[in-house]
Design a protein around this ligand. Sequence first.
Ligand code: SAM
Length: 197
Amino acid sequence: MVENYPVIKRIKEYAKENKIPIMMDDGIDFLTTFIIKNQAKNILEIGTAIGYSAIMMCLCSPNVVVTTIERDEKRYLEALKNIKELHLEDRITLIYNDALNVKLSEKYDLIFIDAAKAQSIKFFELFERNLNPEGTIITDNLSFHGLVDKKDEEIKSRNVRALVRKIRDYIDYLKNNSKYETEFFDIGDGISVSTKK
Ligand code: SAM
């Protein structure tokens, strides 16, 4: 099992110790199963953190290549180190930049959005032009630790309330987007799968 690799264990421990939000185990299982089932090969990820999900996506199939974008320098450097340690430099391209400033010309079978939750609509609209006709956009953290289903009055912090509203706006945006069929899964921290109609 890949998750038992010593390097993967160390990456997960580092994330825990340094409070870096990486995908939950069942979220990763869902994502990698989706990749295998749908034979996704060329993947774009928005939000690398320290490279954990990019690495797991690569390790689930020898055909996968990943381009991943991270704006935080420390995390980007840690991701670079982790990718090198697993000798995945040829299969993972890391871009150190704010994703909103990145323009790509390539097409991808899968776009995985896992960055600033308030900006999901912007990421979706910016990168959908890079999606293959049969492609899929997957987004993580739609439940935001269960807060999205709570009433506003139950959320004490104003900032968190504003963020939760943005996530709800994104969910509505997906539901009302007639170009895509979106399914929502109560897995990990809440995942959506949007496929072009
Ligand atoms: N996908 C990673 C994993 O599961 O291993 C976790 C990503 S973490 C939830 C989100 C990351 O997105 C953070 O490291 C944050 O710095 C980065 N991020 C947020 N907004 C971004 C943006 N506009 N451009 C690039 N990176 C961004």
